[in-house]
Every structure is written in structure tokens, then in C-alpha cells.
Design a protein around this ligand. Sequence first.
Ligand SMILES: [Mn+2]
Length: 318
Amino acid sequence: MKTIIISHESDVDGIFSASIALMRFPQAKTFFTSYGKENFLRISEIIYNEIISTQEKGQIIISDLGLNDDMIELFEEIFIFLKSNLWSIIWIDHHPWSEKAIKAAIENGSVLLVLDKTENLCATQLMYEKFLKGNAIAEELSKIAHTTDFFTKDQEIPPLSELIIFYKTFPDFYSRISKLTSIIAKGNLWNTEMQKDYNQFSKLREIAKELTFDKMKTFEMENGIKVSLVSTSPYLQISLFSEEVFKRTGSDIAFFFNKEGKISIRRNNEIVQCDRIAKQLLEGGGHKFAAGGRLKSNPEEIDKVIDEIKDAVNKGIN
Ligand SMILES: [Mn+2]
């Protein structure tokens, strides 16, 4: 049986959960994606091509990606296509799904949904439980992914999150993270090539930090919530960098946006819920402690960005 693994491209949990799936199904092809219509259209294209090109039955393992409401229709079509070709889907995730999305997935007989609703488990842990429970390497990987996904700081680990961020800046990003996934699947967390890449990265990161702090804006809203607005760089790993921003500003919440208007939200305390604020933005979603979306405004027009953020915070806390 053929196996296709599709996982989240942005972080350790996405990569590690794919690595465990790859340990369980070593012949599988791995693909990575992120949120947004364009990304999912690329993935659906891949799915259609893979299935059309074979007579074999197969399965698709989707990991660490939520089914947002605006993607339901697209996936319903994919589900029907898979079902009629005798392919099944195992969808493993830990993001909040709407009832509508859950229904769309489970009402189609070819989808097995493994969805954690506790917000205490990462996708790699779910993958471990589902496919390789008892395997020592997979267990360790699931613990590491949990540390990075929930920022628990319970163990020190190699800077893989930053390495993934660095690889994102290359045109061959997807082949780089696929390679990383198979290295990790062998239980190797760091090698000399990674160290070499990391040395190059850390120089670029330090320059990016200085420039970013220079442009950062911090303001207090009428309701007393202190907000930092950061025009970020591709060399900064948001969750790590947010800690430095909070240390410097004492803000309650920080918004990181890039030139394309993609926005990430992190919080410094429990006054706000990031996912509620994200819902006010385009394609917004995520967890209460970390979320993201897209700006409606032009990221170059900073006053409009500030207005949009203020509006999102006001609506998102009520
Ligand atoms: Mn995750």
C-alpha cells in the first residue's frame, strides 16, 4: 500500500510527526505545507497527481494541520476523490477544529480523524501513540516536539526550530526539510552539516534582531493592554524572538508581521487569547498561546496596520 505523508512545514512538531510516520512507513513520500488557500491548492494538486499515477490503493497521513472552515469545501472534494479511488486518510491534529470541520471529515467514510481537544498534546505525541507506541526513538521525538510546541523548557534541545526557519529562506526549502525529516527519522538530531548551516544562520539572525528592534512599535490600548507590533524578519523564529520582545517591552501581546502581511501572535500572560484575536484577521487560527493569520491592510502602511491590530484586539477580547 502506498503512503503519502503531508505535514506542517513551519516547526519541529510538523517535521517530527512526519518523521515518526516515516519510521512507521519508510517507503512513504513526505510533503509539507502551511495554511492558506494557495498552499492547500498545491497540496490537493499533489494528492490528485499521486493517486492518478498509480493503480495501487493507498493512504494519506495528514499531520499537525487543522482543517479551517474556509478549506472544508476543498477537502470535501478531495475526500470524495480519495474514497472513490479506495484511498484512506488518517488525519492527526491538535489544533481547534470547528464542529462543522469535524463533521465534514468524519462523515466521509474514508477519513480516520485523530484529533486531540485537550490542547495538551502535540501532533508528534499523537503520531507516537497511534503508530509507534513503545519505540524508544519515537518516544524521545515526541517529548522533544512537546517541549518546542508548548514552550515548556523542560529540556534543552538542539536549535532545530531555528534551523527550520533558516531553511525556509532557501528556494529548495521543501527538499531541505524532507531531508531533515528522514535524518530525524533515524534518531539523529544534529550533524556537522546542520552545525555549519546554523553558524551561518546565527550571524544573519543577530543582524536581523538589531534592525527589527529599531523598527518595533509598542503602545498601550485604551483598555490597558500593552501591544508590541514587530515588522519581523525571515531569520527570526517568532516564539523565541517573542520572549526577547516581552523582556524588553513588558507587553501583554505581540504581533509579528512580514512583508507579505502574514502575521503571528504571541502572548506574555493569560490576559488575552491569541486564537480569538487571530479570528478577527484573514485566515486566522491557532491556539490560545500562539496563533496567526493575515493582515487585511498593506503591511507597508504602518498606521493602517496599527488600526487593524487595535480593532482585532478589541474584538478578540470581548
Ligand atoms: Mn503542532
